[in-house]
Write a protein that binds this ligand. Structure first.
Ligand code: ASP
Length: 409
């Protein structure tokens, strides 16, 4: 019986084949045009599908996420501390990602591509208050059809809250959301399974039209993201673990190592959950706290994903010959934080949410094709960081709760 190649293996083969075909086309007469006219359209279909599913994925995953926090009220102070830890560390992750990316961009390490550059028209930043007002939708269908992601997120927050508030009477809506979300998740998996086609066709087109130098640029953007991952792990998580949970950094990383490695290879926070639980237990986290923090973290706490989205956004903006303003960077922090919360803990999900961040900023989503080609390599590092964050949070919250109990006695 023939064994089917795994998705990562298919993507790796597609990547290499794309480079080889791109190089061949680069040197033959009419080759670059062939890739533009006959290969790129298939990549475009893949990117269209990514765009097509992004609104339903964001809408249903956010509502579903809010509904899964329903028991947060019961968990009380543990819930509040956990969500605060997640939000603060994710916002710091975005800042680290943006700083690293801007340093790389400032040093001229990110490319400026010639193709389609003229099509982009910069969105003006109308000021903080105007941006805040514009987040609130007047017509929900318009928000969906324009794929205005911040508005879609606000709609999801309102519906999620309202379904929860409606209690028993909202049960039908709750079931519909859960059921729709499972269907959308299948659809997302299907689109992700088409990644090898996107990788092959875009890689061949990019190499044939831009020359082999583009491969160096992809290596650099990967390096930039990994520098961000390492800084965040070393500075934020070990500082939190030692300052709050009184676990020294060496012990922390040694204890979390098994989960980090499992996440690195599986690229799924959700699949790593049993291993993270074991590691958190060994490191001394309270089992009840960990039972709440880790599953929630594997769905909403994605600092690696946030760093990746910031780095990739600056990189793609540079490819499209645009310079992000400070105002736009603020929007990147906001959308990447929300996008990482909305990212499912499965392989490749962060790439779909990247489409949302680009869409919000008006950066041509078609350039995502460049990143798609090497997304798996980003995903390994970001998932590893995501899981480390969940374990660090479970230790910190356990320690704070234990201290509170001691204080009461
Ligand atoms: N694979 C990541 C995770 O499971 C999510 C992502 O694609 O960013 O944590």
């Amino acid at each position: 019986m023939k064994k089917k190649l795994s998705l990562p293996a298919q993507i790796a083969i597609a990547l290499l084949l794309g480079i080889v075909v791109g190089l061949i086309c680069l040197f033959i007469e009419g080759g670059p045009d062939f890739t533009t006219n006959w290969l790129k359209p298939f990549g475009d279909i893949f990117v269209n599908l990514l765009k097509f599913i992004v609104v339903p994925v964001v809408l249903f995953s956010m509502i579903d996420g809010i509904l899964s926090m329903d028991n947060m009220k019961k968990v009380g102070s543990v819930g509040v501390k956990t969500v605060c830890f997640f939000l603060i560390t994710t916002a710091i992750a975005c800042v680290i990602g943006l700083v690293c990316a801007n340093v790389f961009d400032g040093m001229g390490l990110f490319p400026h591509l010639s193709v389609e550059a003229a099509e982009y028209e910069a969105k003006e930043f109308g000021g903080v208050m105007a941006t805040v007002v514009a987040i609130f939708p007047t017509n929900m269908w318009q928000s969906f059809s324009a794929a205005n992601m911040l508005q879609v997120i606000v709609i999801a927050l309102f519906f999620g809250g309202a379904i929860m508030a409606a209690g028993e009477k909202g049960k039908l809506c709750r079931d519909i959301v859960t059921s729709f979300y499972s269907v959308i998740e299948r659809l997302m998996m299907f689109v992700i399974s088409l990644a090898p086609i996107g990788v092959f066709t875009y890689m061949a087109w990019v190499v044939a039209t831009q020359g082999p130098e583009i491969l160096g640029s992809l290596a650099l953007v990967l390096l930039c993201a990994y520098i961000g991952y390492v800084i965040h792990a070393l500075v934020v998580y070990s500082a939190a673990a030692s300052a709050i949970a009184k676990v020294n950094p060496a012990k922390f990383f040694k204890g979390a190592f098994a989960a980090m490695m499992f996440a690195f290879t599986s690229t799924s926070s959700a699949a790593t959950l049993p291993v993270s639980k074991e590691c958190a237990h060994e490191l001394g986290a309270d089992d009840e706290v960990a039972a709440f923090v880790l599953p929630l973290g594997s769905t909403i706490n994605m600092d690696g994903t946030a760093i990746y989205q910031c780095v990739a956004t600056v990189f793609i903006a540079s490819c499209a010959n645009m310079q992000l303003t400070i105002g736009q960077m603020v929007i990147v922090v906001l959308t990447a934080t929300l996008a990482s919360i909305g990212t499912a803990g499965v392989s490749g999900a962060g790439m779909i949410m990247l489409a949302m961040v680009l869409e919000t900023l008006g950066i041509p989503v078609a350039y995502i094709g460049l990143i798609v080609a090497v997304d798996r390599l980003f995903d390994m590092g970001r998932t590893c960081l995501n899981v480390t964050g969940d374990i660090s949070c479970s230790l910190c919250v356990s320690h704070m709760e234990a201290k509170k109990l001691q204080g009461k006695r």
